[in-house]
Design a protein around this ligand. Structure first.
Ligand SMILES: NC(=O)C1=CN([C@@H]2O[C@H](COP(=O)(O)OP(=O)(O)OC[C@H]3O[C@@H](n4cnc5c(N)ncnc54)[C@H](O)[C@@H]3O)[C@@H](O)[C@H]2O)C=CC1
Ligand SMILES: NCC(=O)COP(=O)(O)O
Length: 339
């Protein structure tokens, strides 16, 4: 990474102040040399880091300051006092701070002050309590970038597996009506493009899981595979996308089968994320394809049950920062336009 664009620091939001976000950001900084992490700035309430971590931190207000201080202290872009803090006990003021941090991180990355955005874990429930209407951070970032929610594609990526939930934060009962051919085609195209542009895979191989047991058993166990998934696969193949399926989801994740593909597309959230976390809970990254900016996130939530106890593993945050830097460098090398 030796050009001006990739030397820009990375913006890391700390998420909900009562969650593990502040401590994993701080512990990622501690691991900066071991993992060759680029300079990054933690965005949120500086007091929340101080409450759970004894290391050196410095308040900054510009990316030049981040670059100048990162070697010796964790740079913190302090936004506001988020009120009395009890780790594990979210508050409305904390949710407001998390949202402010997200807005700030998006702004810094959209205007190219930072090379990439890494978002810390938020409580969707706490955010909704202050009027936030998006299902997650992905859709909010997409909206701020002028991208529709369908075209902002969640991917979970680890060293040995990439998965894409085609529907995300909706009740399971709504999956059959929300899983449409248009959705599958739109997301699969973005995944294929993202694997090429961000991961350098020239001919990506995709597979899509069936929604029902045994991929519907020829219609006996459900007909979404016949009505919706197979025609979408046919359209994608006709367009030149390499995609197999619908395949029985239980076997798709078996070693030797999953390894044949660069990404596995799954009709619903847990179908993708449960096997992914079984393999990559400690080094998995959530990233968003289809955006004009690079955005990654650790693959876990606020972990209120262990916040402040020192037990939170910073591994996923370290992986998210490292992947953000890699993707930003890859886009800079390829001179990918901001669109
Ligand atoms: N990217 C994001 O902002 C995400 C936010 N969430 C939100 O987080 C909240 C809690 O969700 P949960 O389903 O309980 O998931 P969670 O990931 O917060 O916790 C699930 C289990 O994993 C453990 N865990 C999580 N991160 C860990 C870490 N770094 N080291 C060690 N153990 C860890 C927790 O202690 C808990 O036992 C919800 O409000 C949810 O919306 C959930 C997933 C992602
Ligand atoms: N389960 C993944 C998750 O909750 C991440 O959502 P987002 O906040 O990144 O949209």
């Amino acid at each position: 990474m030796n050009d001006g664009l990739t030397r820009r620091p990375i913006a890391v939001t700390m998420g909900d102040p009562a969650g593990v976000g502040p401590e994993v950001a701080a512990r990622a900084w501690e691991a900066r040399r071991d993992h060759a992490l680029p300079p990054f700035v933690a965005i949120g309430d500086a007091a929340t880091v101080g409450a759970v971590w004894n290391g050196p931190l410095v308040r900054v207000g510009s990316m030049d300051e981040v670059a100048a201080t990162f070697a010796d202290a964790l740079p913190v872009w302090h936004l506001e006092d988020s009120g009395p803090l009890t780790p594990g006990a979210p508050t409305a003021a904390g949710a407001a701070c998390a949202l402010h941090a997200l807005e700030t991180g998006i702004g810094l990355t959209r205007n190219q002050a930072s090379a990439a955005l890494v978002t810390g874990p938020v409580s969707k429930h706490a955010l909704q309590g202050i009027g936030y209407t998006h299902p997650g951070q992905t859709e909010f970032i997409a909206e701020r970038c002028g991208v529709t929610a369908t075209n902002a594609v969640m991917m979970l990526a680890g060293p040995s597996l990439r998965v894409v939930p085609l529907t995300v934060h909706i009740p399971l009962a709504e999956v059959p009506e929300r899983l449409t051919g248009e959705l599958i085609v739109a997301k699969a195209r973005i995944v294929a493009r993202g694997l090429k542009r961000d991961f350098g895979i020239e001919a990506p191989r995709l597979a899509i899981a069936g929604m029902n047991p045994h991929a519907g058993e020829s219609g006996r166990l459900g007909d979404e595979e016949i009505r919706i998934i197979a025609p979408a696969v046919g359209q994608l193949v006709a367009e030149g996308v390499s995609i197999d399926g619908p395949l029985a989801a239980d076997a798709l994740f078996a070693p030797g089968i999953r390894d044949q593909y660069d990404a596995l597309l799954c009709p619903y959230h847990d179908q993708a994320l449960a096997p992914f976390k079984a393999l990559h809970f400690h080094d998995g990254v959530n990233l968003t394809l289809g955006l004009p900016i690079v955005r990654t996130s650790p693959d876990h939530g606020t972990a209120f049950n262990i916040a402040g106890s020192g037990r939170a593993d910073p591994g996923p945050t370290i992986a998210a920062i490292a992947m953000a830097a890699k993707l930003a460098a890859s886009r800079a090398r390829r001179c990918v336009p901001a669109a």
